[in-house]
Write a protein that binds this ligand. Sequence first.
Ligand SMILES: [Zn+2]
Length: 258
Amino acid sequence: MCDTCSSMDRRKFLQHSALGLAALALPQWAFGAKSEGSKSKDEKKGPKEENRAAPAKPANSNQKVTPEEAMARLMEGNKRFVSTKMFHPNESLDARARLATGQAPFAAILGCADSRVPPEIVFDHGLGDIFAVRVAGNILEDAGSGSFEYAVEHLGVPLIVVLAHERCGAVKAAVDGIESGEVAPGHIAELVRKLKPAVDKSKDAPGDKYENAMRENAKRMAAELAGLEPILKEKVDGGKLKVVAMRYDLDTGIVEVL
Ligand SMILES: [Zn+2]
């Protein structure tokens, strides 16, 4: 972290304060979505000059953020990632200090444990932005369900994303294991058990069997979360929470809604 960044943060904070309450009601990304051409000289220095989306305080407030706005934040971040024009927001010492005593993430994600699909990177967000639960095959277990209930009930998260990805090793293991009838070793059998309904439902569909099973599983997990009683279903029914299945493309880096 450098002096330039700190002064930039302060300057932008003062500018935002001057905009008044209407401006403060806007989400942080609304301030950060600059074109390359509009950036100052200091901001063009490179990725180390982090926190370009210098936020009005608090950095990650999800107050007044609708499910749709949260979706827009993620998709804008993924666009930056795909075009390698990342902001790397909320990685600074200032952000860390602001977040030391509390969090208000704007999205929760059920993602695969796969090392190639870290949500904060593929959506170009930082500390305090995303509440992540990661399990191979992005499957939902009881502890994961409780984690999402906590995120929604206590942290006010308005959006849950099930983030599946192509060529998922867990899905491949499940499809191959179910086809061959071989029992997977150790606790991998539990992953296969949880993925089996999606594999069974998609097995006769045209196209790539692994891709089909991965898509089906993501949609099933999203439906399971959306119908989870008593906390999540009530929020979904009341329009306070959205649950969306997405697919990450390993080749292009693009995230699409399923
Ligand atoms: Zn995976």
